[in-house]
Design a protein around this ligand. Sequence first.
Ligand code: 5AD
Ligand code: SF4
Length: 448
Amino acid sequence: MLKNKERFEKNTAKVYIQTFGCQMNEYDSERILYFLGKEGYVRTFNIEKSDIIVFNTCSVREKPVNKLYGHIGRLKKLKKLNPQLLICVGGCTAQNLKDKILKDLPYVDIVFGTHNISELPELIKRRRLTNNSVCLVRESGFDYDLEKVKRDIKFKAYVPIIIGCNNYCSYCIVPYVRGRERSILPTNIIECIKKLVAGGVLEITLLGQNVNSYGKDLHEPMSFSSLLDKVSHIEGLKRIRFMTSHPKDFSEEIINVIKKRENVANHIHLPLQSGSEKILGLMNRKYTAYEFLKIIDFARKELPDCLITTDIIVGFPGEDRNDFLETLNIMREVRFSRAFTFIYSPRKGTKAYSMADSITMQEKKEWFRELVEVQNKISYEENKKLVGKKFEVLVEGKSKKDEGILMGRLENSTLVNFKGNEDSTGKILQVNITKAKSFYLLGDLCAT
Ligand code: 5AD
Ligand code: SF4
């Protein structure tokens, strides 16, 4: 068997990659694997046998940053056993905290920013020629090329359409680590998706921090709804998802496209963040709770079966019990099928970082538990409405927990588990829903 040094010399080094955070980061990991794969490096899922470890990090909340520190701390032993092992840190934390990482974590070899993914192979070579760690974090850039991605899953794919964010919500670090909004040309998007579909992809997810801003910066401006409509006409494409939408830019045209086009998923993810006008203002969200409800009313009227999901932050500076109760009221009124709930996490460099807290962490945790309890009940009741109905399910693979059980998603993205053969992975099958849980459904395959 080749030793680590020889594998590097023969360009067959083994790469282990761990991704934190959002779908855009998952997509970036596919790009990292593409550029490393081009060098000949091969992916491994066994960290102990790897020659290069890449952490693609997230800095939206403090928790993933702490997790990263924990993970890297545990690698000291591996590094001692194998001094040639390279530890690389990329993604949003690298972009945001490069100096801190280099200072706190002396056995990190390479730090690379969100705009430097294509340069990672070069940094690896450079690191192997010096005794010091190397760091490349550009302030801005745009190295997205939709062709340069290594996808392991053959039936579904992420396709970014807009990178960065111009919104500056006061709590959010994303505009600082991903830069300004830059749309990818519609022709490139369409070409990319056509190729994916020709290769067997059934479902694509259009990605962006704020997909509704799509096209405003293009030489020939184009709206997100017209891009969505264009994509939906690609022959053979069975399902189209998109995320994330910002309520301030969400248009009735998008709802019309979902209604008109069979293959655009009946699902809207629309982050509310807070139900209080005061807190929405402090968050710089640029919409009122009333405007948010108006969009929901229109969506419910036009798309009665549409699944609506959201993100909520609890414990934003200045939030008092009344503000929190307003959030709970909207949640009860809208009845989101799922809510991704977070305790506010101060991020250095954002506007909210210097705002004073109004409640204790203990209170935040209690309100958070209250919110989750209310939402879980609603999620369960909403899921129960699907019992007894038959749906098309895209099979994603074996369930992680149970042997012989498959996991798939309904068109509206709800998870469903059912008995079946793993060979069905990547196929769309008919499933009868038999039971509901808060976070997923159980079902039986329909006889064909
Ligand atoms: N603290 C807590 N939650 C946050 N989010 C973004 N920034 C923060 C923060 N500083 C949440 C928002 C966003 C989701 C992706 O993460 O709800 O919609
Ligand atoms: Fe962050 Fe707001 Fe931009 Fe979303 S829209 S990425 S929450 S700044």
